[in-house]
Design a protein around this ligand. Sequence first.
Ligand code: IVH
Length: 688
Amino acid sequence: MDLFDSLPIEEAGLTAEQEIKALREELAEQNYKYYVLSAPTMSDREFDEKMHRLQELEAAHPEMYDPESPTQKVGSDIVESQKSKVESSEGFARIRHRYPMLSLANTYSREEVEDWVRKLPANVEIVAELKYDGLSISLWYENGKLVHAVTRGDGTEGDDVLPNIKTITSIPQTLTNTPKRLELRGEVLLPWERFEALNKQREEQEEPLFANPRNAASGTLKLQDSKEVARRGLTCYLYYMLGEHLPGKTHYERLELARKWGFPVSDAIKVCKNVDEVMAFIAYWDMERKNLPVATDGIVLKVNDLAEQEELGYTAKSPRWAIAYKFAAERQLTLLKQITYQVGRTGVVTPVANLEPVQLSGTMVQRATLHNEDFIRQLGIQEGDKVYVEKGGEIIPKIVEREKSKDRLVDSKPYIFPEVCPECGTTLVRVEGEAAWRCPNEVSCPPQLKGKLEHFVSRKAMNIEGLGSETIGMLYENGLLHSIADIYSLKQEDLAAQERLGEKSAQNILQAIEGSKQVPWARVLFALGIRMVGETTAKKIAKRFRSIDALQWASKDELMGIEDVGEQIADNIVAYFADIRNLEIITRLQAAGLQMADVSNQQSAVSVPQVLAGKTIVISGTFTHHSRDEYKQMIEDYGGKNSGSVSKKTDFILAGENMGPSKLEKAQSLGVRLMNEQEFLKVLKGEN
Ligand code: IVH
């Protein structure tokens, strides 16, 4: 019998080849959503089941082997490569792990745990530990000194985040009487309390919130500013010791030794003699973990005897001597009372489930996102249904399933997505290939207009300080802002009459508005908020079309001739200028005196003194007067060379706030001068 014959019947009439391809695509997408967007649309369990199915199919079809398949990668592998597209780990040295950092096979039931135990040699001792839900870290000690702290990265190579790890006071930085070379592995976490405080602060500062403590810990570990890392208060538990000729014959002995040497090792560890003891440990911590200061998502079981571990060995992805048992996410049955809609700043219409309030993991849940129309159809739900809500590692609860045994009420209606925008009544559109329905009324749909206003005044756009989103919201509600052009018609008395704004802040706002008239053309173009025209694209467009008058007559083909401008962006630009309401706004902005044309380059070609000629300059940190890219351009205009890394050839570093720790260290060791923004601007003016 062919091995394939023993596998479950092919899904929905797909061939094995089609199913493998579909699963690879689906799992890769889920990895991206989970790790990069922090917005998974599949439960961990479903993910593992699909992964298992893919593994089975691939085993039966070795001819379909693909090193890029999600089955061939260690968890964060794909992820790290995808992540690098959105956030760079710039500033950290990459280090190759001495021993690869693997993941663990997951189990979800007593049966699966029993299965695993049964396959082990008889009477083995099993160490049960908590599975901490943070980020794995590898600490390298040489001659008793902590020399590297390496993230998992792709399992083979990670980032050395030592300065940030040094902020965790429970981790010893020096050891005495320990082996020459020692490696400890563990989990870095942001305690619940710190996580909540951080998100509260981010909410106040209108920064995006972290979905869970794991993401917050990950974001924190990647910061270039160790002082900020210290303020956030990371913590750590170590659960694995590696090295040659280490004392101890069992995993447990080694952990106790690590504890004796001063490492933070959890107390929640038990050497179990049989499955019942393992199950008792699981049952106890499934309840008790709610009282822990940090997030946990399961239990890790490890064969205690190190010789037995070695004998059992490893698969390509994980050790055979250990598994994880994942706690089931808490779920509750409740009534889906109504589906309402939220229109976002980009016009995306998101359906929201309004639920009969229900207690879930200590909080009252009454709303849950339904993402988009497809998500609702996949769940097969409609108003009046009984649904299960789950809260896993994510803070945001989600609907996972309809309770099908409950009859629907006779008058319950099948679900239909609305045809018009619930905010402004405009007919919705669905772009091909996108899951979302969108309101196309960018100009006057209230949430979109507010979004446009906020974008316009933001730091990288017109940089109008004092006009935060609350003030914008208030001015909008009070009828003072109907478009971005209205900002330039605001009067002292209008502003001062607003609640929470006195004479002084009104004056400051007007001053900032006045100052924005000096913002260069490329940034004005970015500030207009044409869909998909980001900061960099705006710069490229502004270089090719040096005034708004030239740009508004540009053809689609001409626009597509610009680097980074594809068909969609070109269409968006053409559509923007075809809308008479936008043309009116532009006329008013021009009349207000904004920079709608570029004069700087012509000037620089003839008159900028080459005061930086022959100088190699590195830029690091964040700035207040100009953006990083503007400084890069200025260095070139004034005859200098901008370089990405500090070396002996560096003449000086243009150092902003929060300079990267590794650049700072290198600069100090090479004795390279740091110049702040003010000093640099003086140099350009020839004052230094
Ligand atoms: S042992 C070779 N023990 O879970 C096995 N891992 O998918 C090394 N984790 O990446 C891991 N708590 O970050 C181990 N008590 C614990 C753990 C633990 C959390 C994480 C770890 C690893 C992931 C496994």
